[in-house]
Design a binder for this molecule. Structure first.
Ligand SMILES: [Zn+2]
Length: 194
């Protein structure tokens, strides 16, 4: 049973790392994000095993127009493959969503515990990504926030078309200041699929 729940405010997790405040601009078109805007935030985290803490590798906010455009750029072939991949994991997805909505665990910590698709615990992931939708200064709990484990990222990479991979690489260059540091990162087109 999936409900739509809006948090009272934006959890700090979805704040901009540097400013410790909500994102103010779309990372792609630089448009100002007002309090009434709907936008997506994606963060990629790496587990620092030494201190047992997840560290931000990169993050961005994307206005709804840019997110929709990104969706259009993903090839039909890739979309179909991703839908199939989602369906293969739908049991896990529904289990997680049903549990969180049924027990009304509308706090970000509960949603971050496991990969949405594989159920893998994020604390044992080398790397994982989290995407959420901010609507009018609140975090939307519905199908998202979506958590993608390293395991599921790899599966996604296997099914994406070359065209889509090239597009994601280009996007990464636009969003990230020093892309060379992040060459090992596998992109997932989660935001474009919202
Ligand atoms: Zn934008």
């Amino acid at each position: 049973m999936i409900k739509k729940f809006l948090s009272d405010s934006i959890p700090k997790f979805f704040y901009e790392f540097e400013t410790e405040e909500p994102f103010k601009h779309c990372s792609l078109c630089n448009r100002e994000l007002s309090d009434s805007d709907k936008y997506a935030v994606e963060k990629v985290l790496k587990q620092n095993k030494k201190i047992n803490k997840a560290e931000i590798v990169y993050e961005y906010a994307m206005c709804w127009d840019c997110a929709s455009e990104m969706g259009d750029e993903i090839s039909e072939e890739s979309k179909e493959s991703i839908v199939n991949l989602y369906q293969d994991h739908s049991e896990n997805v529904m289990m997680k969503l049903d549990y969180l909505h049924r027990t009304e665990k509308y706090n970000i910590e509960s949603w971050l515990e496991r990969c949405t698709f594989t159920g893998k615990e994020t604390r044992v992931c080398g790397e994982y990504s989290v995407s959420g939708i901010i609507e009018g200064g609140k975090l939307l709990y519905e199908h998202s926030p979506v958590v993608v484990s390293d395991e599921f990222m790899e599966k996604m990479q296997e099914v994406l078309s070359e065209k889509t991979k090239e597009f994601l690489d280009g996007l990464k260059d636009e969003l990230i200041y020093s892309p060379s540091e992040f060459n090992d990162i596998i992109n997932s087109p989660t935001v474009g699929l919202f």
